[in-house]
Design a protein around this ligand. Sequence first.
Ligand code: 5GP
Length: 112
Amino acid sequence: MTLFEKIAAREIPAEILYEDERVIAFKDIDPQAPVHALIVPKQAIARIAEAKDSEGELLGHLLLRAKDLARKMGLAESGYRLVINNGSDGGESVPHLHCHILGGRALTWPPG
Ligand code: 5GP
């Protein structure tokens, strides 16, 4: 099982913010902004580079629930950033596809 599958199975504790049959969202353990959550498909796709066309509906669902959660966390007016890191240069450290939801401060661009 991946780390995030263990969180979904409640084998590793996390502050869960949202869950349905296909995705789960929880607070990042090492927040990089005042609001930093991760939203993850329960079905473990390693990274976006491995995603299949048949998983398009799941990925669309992930983004739509990320948008809803950002609103629920109070970020709709101020803005926020959704980030998917892919591979070593992308900064991926957990090989289970996840989308970061970052907000609560002005985020710089370009990223580091
Ligand atoms: P990546 O670097 O792969 O894009 O993002 C992985 C994220 O997972 C990091 O922001 C890291 O802080 C977070 N993370 C790693 N281990 C845990 C954990 O055990 N619990 C939670 N809630 N987040 C974790």
